[in-house]
Design a binder for this molecule. Sequence first.
Ligand SMILES: Cc1ncc(COP(=O)(O)O)c(C=O)c1O
Length: 393
Amino acid sequence: MTLSYRHHILCLAEHPLPSLAEQRDTPFYAYSLPSVQARARAFPRALVAFALKANRYPPLLRALVAEGLGADVVSLGEWRLAQAAGFPPERVVVNGNAKSDALLQEAIAAGVQSINLDAAEEVPRVVAAARAVGKTAALAIRINPGLDVHTHPHLQVAAQGSHFGVPPEQVLAVAQAIAEAPELRLVGIHLHPGSQLLAAADWEAVVAAAREWVTRLRGAGFPVQQVNFGGGLGITYTDAPDPQPEALAEQIHRGLSGLAPLRLAFEPGRWLVARAGVLVVRVVQVKHAWGQWFVAVDGGMNALLRPALYRARHRIWPVRRREPTRPATVVGPNCESTDVLARDVPLPADLAAGDLLAVLDTGAYGASMANAYNARPLPGEMLVGESLPPADF
Ligand SMILES: Cc1ncc(COP(=O)(O)O)c(C=O)c1O
């Protein structure tokens, strides 16, 4: 268990949060190293390229390198962080619908596993980048199969009309353009279905699309050796169990039977690290108005954007648990009416300024989306666990 109460004090990976709060100003993120390690080990044997967009904290990245994972990067900044953390280039994949020339050149020069092509229009740009560095570029075609998966509309990226990926009617022409360019080598296809998928039925549709495209491309004479299923595996954000990668791998093996040899790749972000993280905030003021208790804390949409951006629901627990409780609305300090972290949160009735609260399951898309709105400092981060001291890195 990543988080647990000991003598009514909330602990992360056995470390009491109040003692962590002595090392960092609030708001700050703390990540459990054992949780990250356990999740990294739960993925099946395949290229598992952690999506840095979910969390780019260097000590956490180094922990994933130590577990043998690769990286999925979408910007020059993420690419350089991945290099600094020690991800081997042959386990790095490059995504994005607007990759800069500098990113393309550096990644191709280093020999990354694949550049996931987002558009027919990107082909000449990759050719130019490959020529500029005098190397061949390995490419996967990111296909947008036009799927209607069950997730928040803002997290759908493989639906019809989305600005990501190559639409079905252009895929064969793109494969032909790659085949005709001596600077390019086609390694496979990429099918990121969207984020926060919980239903096995959604993956059925993704796997069926993969089967269709491997068959069609091979039938047209193009070598497809790899299917990259992107990220997307969700977590429940409650105490209900999360879907498991092993079950997904079985589903994929069933769905792609008979197509060997085929390598699999994944780009998980959320599933690997969301459960490991907690955002620690401090109560600034408790206000009674309109028949409600508003608990204003020092980190809101600046520290954790997900509730404002996606109406994401995170559990919030008091760091010092006590009874009785009463329902409260936990709000951030920013001048926006969407700066509400959560409603109807049972919190101690005597909660007061200075008390600490923990916002759960915030290891993914928390710190990485934090911003300086209202000129607030970015939240600090720390990795805590048995084999690493819970201090500065
Ligand atoms: C191309 C790609 N790969 C991987 C991911 C990671 O997704 P998740 O965090 O849902 O696993 C994303 C997220 O948007 C993505 O766009």
